[in-house]
Design a protein around this ligand. Structure first.
Ligand code: M6R
Length: 622
């Protein structure tokens, strides 16, 4: 959600800012804007609604905005509708228009996050003579900084830290002050922000891909810290305004990892990167032929002490938790509860002693997952984060971190990060089972062998993609699609359904197959597509029966099963086979055809596959 970029150096800022914003488009946005200043001159603000090219057109690809210091923003509307007036940057001056042009203003800024007490702060500022042109909480934040700056005649950092103490909510704020040409000031709490340095320049961004073309040296600014950025110099401050030092990190992944690399869409590229993402993640957890969780700090002794596992996450990461639940219960024989982070955070679930709370998140910044992690810690649980983005807030705040090595994921619909999370959770389950004596050394060896074969088997499923492309052209006009399965197959159905609806905009639902008769079957009409996941031998016949019940009410059936289950063709209209593996780990294979089906359906409907409407890659607000 919302993307922020900033640059100060010797080059013209606007083209760099536009380029950075284009690499943050995946985060989701509905308007965009730039503020650029040239030396002592006032900042020039330009904003546009819709896609980034409108802003690029308005500024002649950035060429009409002269200046070597600037900030840029893509906005995902929270307070106020998507309009030029509400788009960022916002200014402290009492201007009457939309806050754009060469506005007489002491402070101009961009923001990602939500200021929860903005109404109360706005009242206060109105009493002090401030006037507002937009409906945003950001304009309030910028004006509050201006208020402290002038009232106490203090420097930008002190004005920022006073503001940080006063506001509630989340923010990554980047501000330029009229009196400080060539400098950008930032503050952060619970919203992502990184700062990059180079010899004669400095950058800031919501995510690494925005600045990777220019520098590989970044700082991960901490919560409740501020920074002062000038060409070639970055200084950090705590809430007291005292200078603090932060470690400089070198980004090791290749810039090409965040490019399309010849694929039509990021999603298709990321689907094809799954064998590598899964292999890399698995290899990072193997040492001397054993699964080794020491990098995550989980000793066998800790694992043996656990009495309960709670998994909390959102969206697809929650589906990984649902799948992992079946595997953990069956292998580790430990009670497992899976909760949506947005629910968990507001429930008073009694926390058993020695509970491990696992938070799964690709971005490591999802607001609800972060809040759930904090609640779990407050309640005394041990916490483990399964996270893809290195240095993200969830990774930093959890007691232990297990990194997935999927690399940067750009498409809003997750694929390779989901698969990397699945394999990480499967490996975790196998190691936990072994450490607790729930499986024999022979079984341990067998499970490891099966896990190591998964990447190649995913590759084989991908080779069969043309059939799914063809099938997608048949179902492209569907109104409703139902995904059904039992046990692990239900968890896979959940993910298949979410993939389909989020990028094709076709209504879809996932049901535990046994639940159909309790209401949903009344929705089945002639030609309603029902997709059954049939990988669990014990549950196979039961789900087939449920599918046949749908067929007798007019449904058109697709089945996903493992090689050799050819009898299914007697019952369904279209079958997809995936290679056999130990049934605990089948999600990694069965999900691939569902990802491909969703992808091709979105393409066939002419939709924006990588950036579906209303969605953001990283949901950093509640
Ligand atoms: O970054 P996270 O893994 O915490 O994100 C969680 C969900 O927002 C995410 O999985 C979302 O559901 C995806 N768009 C699904 O494709």
């Amino acid at each position: 959600m919302c993307g922020i970029v900033g640059y100060t150096g010797n080059h013209q800022a606007a083209p760099i800012l536009l380029d950075g914003l284009s690499r943050l488009e995946y985060r989701g946005y509905d308007s965009a804007g730039l503020a650029v200043r040239n030396g002592e001159a006032l900042a020039e603000v330009v904003k546009a609604t819709g896609k980034l090219y409108h802003l690029a057109d308005k500024t002649d690809q950035g060429r009409s905005l002269i200046g070597t210091c600037g900030i840029g923003h893509t906005r995902w509307a929270t307070h106020g509708d998507p309009s030029v007036t509400n788009a960022h940057p916002h200014v402290s001056g009492n201007c009457s228009g939309s806050g754009s042009g060469s506005v007489e203003s002491d402070v101009v800024g961009v923001h990602n996050g939500i200021i929860e007490n903005f109404a109360e702060l706005k009242e206060k500022l109105l009493r002090h003579g401030y006037r507002f042109y937009s409906d945003t909480d950001t304009e309030v934040a910028v004006k509050l900084v201006d208020y402290y700056y002038k009232k106490y005649r203090i420097g930008p950092i002190d004005a920022l830290t006073r503001t940080m103490v006063r506001v509630r909510g989340s923010y990554a704020l980047a501000l330029m002050f009229k009196d400080y040409p060539g400098e950008i000031f930032v503050a952060r709490k619970d919203s992502p922000l990184i700062i990059g340095t180079a010899e004669d320049a400095a950058y800031l961004a919501s995510d690494v891909p925005a600045i990777l073309k220019y520098t590989r040296h970044v700082y991960y600014i901490d919560n409740l810290q501020a920074a002062r950025i000038a060409p070639g110099s970055v200084k950090f401050y705590d809430l007291n305004g005292d200078e603090v030092s932060l470690p400089l990190t070198e980004i090791t992944w290749d810039a090409a990892a965040a490019e399309k690399g010849g694929y039509e869409h990021f999603m298709l590229k990321e689907i094809h990167e799954q064998p590598t993402a899964v292999r890399d993640t698995l290899n990072s957890l193997l040492k001397d032929g054993q699964i080794d969780l020491s990098a995550a700090g989980l000793t066998d002794e800790t694992i043996r002490s656990l009495t309960q596992i709670d998994i909390v996450a959102c969206g697809s990461a929650w589906h990984v938790g649902m799948a992992a639940q079946y595997v953990l219960e069956d292998l580790v024989k430990i009670p497992v509860r899976v909760e949506l982070a947005s629910e968990f955070r507001y429930r008073s679930i009694p926390m058993a002693e020695n509970t491990l709370v696992i938070v799964i998140s690709q971005s490591g910044e999802t607001a609800d997952s972060l809040a759930a992690l904090r609640v779990a810690k407050e309640r005394g649980a041990l916490t483990l984060a399964v996270v893809n983005v290195v240095g993200s807030t969830i990774a930093r705040e959890a007691d232990h971190v297990l990194y997935t090595l999927a690399g940067p994921e750009i498409a809003v619909a997750t694929t390779k990060a989901y698969s990397a999370q699945l394999i990480a959770m499967d490996a975790l389950a196998v190691q936990m089972a072994f450490a607790r004596g729930a499986i024999s050394p022979e079984q341990y060896g067998h499970f490891q062998e099966e896990l190591s074969l998964i990447p190649d088997k995913i590759r084989r499923v991908l080779e069969d993609k043309e059939r799914l492309q063809w099938f997608s052209s048949k179902i492209v006009n569907s109104h409703d699609i139902f995904f059904i399965g039992r046990g692990l197959d239900y968890a896979i159905s959940l993910e298949g359904s979410l993939k389909m609806k989020e990028i094709s905009y076709i209504h879809s639902e996932a049901y535990a197959a046994g639940e159909l008769k309790h209401g949903t079957i009344s929705l089945i009409e002639n030609n309603t597509l029902v997709i059954g996941v049939l990988t669990q031998s014990q549950l196979f016949e039961k789900t087939v029966s449920n599918m046949v019940e749908c067929r007798s009410r007019g449904a058109y059936l697709m089945g996903i099963t493992t090689n050799g289950n050819f009898a299914v063709e007697d019952s369904v209209n279209f079958t997809v086979y995936v290679p056999r593996t130990d049934e605990h780990f089948i999600s990694s294979l069965a999900v691939i055809p569902l990802q491909l089906l969703a992808y091709y359906t979105s393409v066939n409907r002419g939709l924006d596959v990588d950036k579906p409407r209303n969605l953001a890659k990283s949901v950093t607000v509640e």
